[in-house]
Design a protein around this ligand. Structure first.
Ligand SMILES: Cc1cc2nc3c(=O)[nH]c(=O)nc-3n(C[C@H](O)[C@H](O)[C@H](O)COP(=O)(O)O)c2cc1C
Length: 209
């Protein structure tokens, strides 16, 4: 199957078969694709919090309008935007570029200064929005990757992000819960798997100029 076929196969799973565990290799594969996702400047201003503890997921479900698929799944990923993208964070990244590519120290200082100039000129709120956008790119990447492994998944933004921060202690980690991805295997009882996909005709979403 090709990517398009997997996208037709996948659906926003509402009920997972909680008796089915996810193989560690598949979990890692999905996480690796999140790490490989493209981000603005390559700064990866988010982290992927993996919640597998059933009791913790139950608490989180209560902070997500009691959506059952937040509590019942093989793993819940909380994509959390970083709130600490500052000059030091950016310098760590540029020094990693130099190390990874065997470049002399200071050789990407121009790039560093440009990123610092841009990102520190934003308001804190706008910087958070920027970071959150990057988390969504990882979300999409991970959804496709999961599907290609035959792993069902459910993206969600119907949750109280501040309450998630509190339950998971994200503030202390300079993180803010942004979007969720529950993964696992669809339950035969999930009626929504039979629903036809509702999408626009290609001609109505593509603008030719
Ligand atoms: C960013 C995002 C947030 C979503 N939030 C929720 C949610 O909180 N709860 C839920 O049940 N579905 C949620 N969905 C699922 C969408 O409703 C679903 O993807 C859409 O209706 C298309 O259906 P399909 O994914 O099954 O093709 C969300 C999807 C995305 C991409």
């Amino acid at each position: 199957m090709h990517t398009k076929n997997w996208l037709e196969w996948r659906y926003a799973t509402k009920k997972f078969d909680v008796s089915k565990e996810l193989a560690a290799a598949d979990l890692e594969y999905i996480l690796e694709t999140g790490n490989l996702a493209a981000t603005s400047y390559g700064l990866q201003p988010f982290q992927i919090v993996v919640v597998t503890d059933a009791a913790k997921k139950e608490v989180l479900m209560g902070k997500a309008y009691n959506q059952g698929h937040v509590g019942g799944n093989a793993a819940l990923f909380v994509l959390a935007a970083r709130t600490d993208v500052d000059a030091a964070y950016i310098a760590e990244y540029t020094s990693r570029i130099e190390t990874t590519r065997g470049l002399p120290a200071g050789s990407v200082d121009g790039y560093k200064d440009m990123m610092v100039g841009h990102l520190t000129s934003l308001t804190e709120a706008d910087r958070l929005v920027w970071a959150q956008k990057q988390a969504y790119i990882a979300l999409g990447t991970m959804m496709v990757a999961a599907a290609e492994k035959g792993v069902d998944n459910s993206p969600m933004e119907g949750f109280d992000s501040n309450a998630f921060d509190e339950v998971l202690g994200l503030k202390a980690l300079n993180l803010h819960a942004t979007v969720l991805l529950a993964v696992g295997y669809r339950s035969p009882e999930d009626a929504t798997q039979a629903y036809k996909k509702v999408r626009k005709d290609l001609k109505d979403i593509v603008v030719q100029m």
